[in-house]
Write a protein that binds this ligand. Structure first.
Ligand code: ADP
Ligand code: MG
Length: 765
């Protein structure tokens, strides 16, 4: 075949991995593209075998697992064409015998062409799903290759060492796939290696091309493991090198040091006002924050701590140091509810400190402005002015803050609250608002405890502070799983809710979807109330702050009964004997900002007893008097999300209670086990670890990191800690020694690819 050597094709800057498959495998490229969207050499190589079969220890035909995809080797003993009785057409039945004398039948309803190739005596490799018909094992229309025929391309690779088995893909024969890989390997001479040779030698890594061979064409299990380890290392190394570079660029532009005023400044004033003392952990973190702010290298720090561990007050104290030194701080919240809440609680905590210029306000104090997308024109104008004039030392807002026309007099610090996806672009946009030639200090806060490997991989460019304890007097939340199949339990749940309210508490009821105001009433719940299976209407995955809800939901993959909607549940509770008299309101992402705010205010003020909502209450919402949370269809939520949600209760002095109602019918046992785990512990780090084990890396890292050759395809963050640490050290050393990567062009190219994948993700998101 006249296929040009890939090195020639790859002349210039084109990485052989980026070469289009058409140039290598010819017309099969179309098949690969249609079946799996694979278009380049690299994508084909990165599609790794799902498992391996060992033909040196073949499964005897008689032991073949029914219903499973198998690859088998045998010899054709007989091939017969039958006229079909009831239909027109013919059927080819081929008997294949393995070395143990077992027989399997290959059946073809369109015999054309196959008769000629499947002659008695021919060795054949077949792949298909094992079925049984009239007590005979069968493969119907299997993919197959005959062995040892000249010019056929054969399938010799299937006979050396292990047989790779890939995820079965409609429209793509494993044999064609295998032949494509053969062609790729045949034509590849070498691959530029993003991992420098010195590192390869130190760590003892095979070359990149060698690694792909080991994975796709291993002779032993040890070989394929070695190949895989190498591919993972490449991935970890590339990600770490990128983080090292982000870190460099984040700190390349200097920041202005920000220190509190002489006598402790506004921070000291605030601390005198606080009704509590900071915990030891908080003091430690505050010291770290103030140290960072005092340097001319911009702060680049992640603060992680359980919900309610007191991050916000620390951020506020840090921001006051900035205000003291004449700068401004911006606090970025992910939702309007949270922005408004921050604004409220900060002005509350600050009191006269935030009333500069007002009667009774502190003369050297400041103002806190709120800026969100849905404010009235007049409110907006006032806030924009306060930010631009410097009158507001602190500006709280949503992403509206990043918009171009928002100006600051002297932006010195940016605090990003509960935001996992604050991209490089957004960071840059905010940085551009700082005075010329300076960079703002950046503090990111998250309530999701992050296992070490994730922290290193996702936030590896940042320093990390951790708050491990909850401030004094906080009682742990008790959680119980409630079987949604049992009307008596469900009824008891709503009675409990009523008791809680009578005892002076307030209750959240969280539903997985909004539903429509005119949705049908919940069927069949009678006097038990919502929580029982709701029948089989189609689930509504739209709505709310869309992505948030969806990413949190675990796809159980099966047909699901309808999920509870906010509107239905609220209506049902208003008519239920137990909860009839309670003040019940709804909250969800489709409501206008003002409306949402009004409901939150009423709930915070105790005028609402029961708040029926979607997961909008997931992050940061803080109503100390809320003591109980009922989660409907709880098995549909992920571990971290459940933990986040229940963190909304028990924030005052009273103990919290979370009731996790299962969906009832058709509930996934694994999901119930997950619920039991959540109920059994309140240790966020333990739960984060469990969560990591139960999820794919793509979910953990966001779509930017999954899919495509540049993302995390191979690493398993739950398992590969040692490898990640090793790659981290090697990569940071490499970037430090050669920041522009002039001596490492292949690594530089790999990073460009990673950037492109991230940029594409941000555009979509
Ligand atoms: P986070 O932002 O970490 O979820 P917050 O800063 O909102 O936590 O704190 C939760 C609640 O605990 C707030 O009402 C806050 O005023 C209060 N709080 C913070 N630190 C302490 C402390 N050291 N002792 C008592 N209460 C505290
Ligand atoms: Mg908070």
């Amino acid at each position: 075949m006249a296929v040009p050597r890939l090195r020639a094709v790859a002349d210039g800057d084109l990485d052989p991995l980026d070469i289009g498959l058409r140039d290598v495998v010819g017309t099969s490229a179309r098949t690969l593209e249609k079946a799996r969207g694979i278009t380049t050499v690299g994508q084909l190589l990165d599609w790794l075998p799902r498992t391996y079969l060992d033909p040196s220890r073949p499964t005897a035909f008689r032991d073949l697992p029914h219903g499973e995809d198998v690859v088998v080797v045998g010899t054709v003993r007989a091939a017969t064409t039958h006229q079909m009785r009831n239909r027109r057409g013919r059927r080819l039945v081929v008997q294949v015998e393995d070395d143990t004398g077992g027989t399997i039948e290959l059946t073809f309803f369109k015999p054309f062409g196959h008769q000629d190739r499947l002659r008695p005596g021919v060795r054949v490799v077949c792949s298909g799903q094992v079925g049984v018909w009239r007590e005979t094992l069968q493969l119907t229309h299997p993919d197959y290759a005959t062995l040892g025929e000249d010019g056929e391309g054969g399938a010799q690779w299937l006979l050396d060492g292990l047989v790779p088995v890939y995820t079965a893909t409609k429209g793509l024969s494993p044999i064609v796939h295998g032949q494509c890989l053969e062609l790729v390997f045949h034509h590849l001479d070498q691959l530029p290696d993003p991992v420098p040779q010195q590192v390869r030698e130190e760590v003892g890594l095979p070359g990149l091309l060698e690694a792909y061979r080991l994975v796709h064409r291993p002779r032993t299990q040890a070989e394929q493991r070695r190949g895989r380890w190498r591919l993972k290392f490449t991935e970890a190394f590339t990600v770490q090198a990128q983080l090292a570079q982000v870190r460099r660029s984040a700190t390349a532009v200097p920041a202005r040091p920000r220190v509190p005023a002489e006598d402790g400044g506004l921070g000291a004033q605030l601390r005198r006002r606080l009704p509590f003392a900071l915990t030891e952990g908080q003091e430690g973190v505050l010291t770290e924050l103030l140290d960072d702010l005092g340097r001319d290298v911009p702060m680049h720090r992640l603060l992680q701590g359980e919900v309610g561990s007191g991050k916000t007050v620390l951020a506020l104290l840090a921001m006051l140091a900035v205000v003291d030194s004449g700068g401004q701080a911006a606090l970025l919240a992910p939702t309007e509810v949270l922005a408004a809440q921050h604004h409220r609680s900060m002005t509350g905590l600050l009191g006269p400190i935030a009333e500069a210029g007002l009667l009774g306000g502190l003369a050297e104090g400041t103002r806190v402005a709120l800026l969100t997308g849905s404010q009235s024109a007049a409110e907006r104008r006032a806030s924009l002015l306060a930010a631009a004039s410097g009158e507001a030392g602190i500006v709280v807002g949503t992403h509206a803050l990043i918009q171009q026309h928002v100006q600051f007099a002297e932006l010195a610090m940016v605090v990003v609250d509960e935001q996992h996806r604050f991209g490089v672009e957004q960071r840059d946009a905010l940085r551009s608002k700082a005075p010329e030639g300076t960079a703002p200090h950046v503090l990111v806060m998250t309530a999701t405890p992050i296992p070490r490997t994730v922290a290193m991989t996702v936030y590896g460019d940042m320093e990390i502070s951790t708050l491990r304890e909850l401030p004094g007097g906080r009682r742990p939340i008790s959680s119980y799983v409630v079987d949604g199949q049992r009307p008596d339990w469900v009824r008891r749940t709503w009675e409990r809710v009523a008791e809680e309210v009578r005892g002076g508490g307030q209750v959240y009821v969280v539903c997985p979807r909004i539903g429509d105001a005119d949705d049908p009433d919940l069927p069949g719940t009678g006097t038990a109330g919502p929580g029982l299976p709701t029948g089989a209407a189609a689930p509504d995955a739209t709505g709310d702050d869309g992505a948030d809800l969806l990413t949190g939901l675990v796809d159980t993959g099966t047909a699901t009964p309808a999920l509870h909607g906010v509107h239905q549940v609220a209506r049902c509770l208003r008519g239920l004997p137990a909860t009839l008299d309670l003040a019940i309101e709804v909250l969800h992402g489709r409501m206008g900002a003002e409306e949402k705010d009004a409901v939150m205010l009423a709930f915070a003020a105790g005028r609402v007893d029961v708040l029926v909502s979607t997961t909008v209450v997931e992050v940061g919402v803080d109503v100390p008097n809320a003591t109980t949370m009922v989660l409907l269809d709880a098995d549909r939520f992920g571990i971290s999300q459940l933990h986040q949600l229940r963190g909304r209760v028990g924030r005052g002095g009273k103990p919290g209670l979370a009731l996790l109602l299962t969906q009832g019918e058709g509930v996934d046992p694994a999901a119930v086990e997950r619920l039991e785990q959540v109920a059994a512990t309140t240790d966020g780090f333990e739960l984060a670890r469990l969560d990591l084990e139960s999820r794919r890396e793509g979910d953990v890292l966001g779509a930017s990191q999954s899919g495509g050759r540049s993302g995390l395809r191979f690493l398993r963050l739950a398992r590969d800690e040692d490898l990640i640490v090793q790659a981290h050290e090697a990569a940071w050393r490499t970037v430090e020694a050669d920041p522009e990567l002039q001596r490492h062009p292949a690594l530089a190219r790999a990073l460009t690819r990673l950037d492109a994948a991230r940029a594409a993700f941000l555009e979509r998101g």
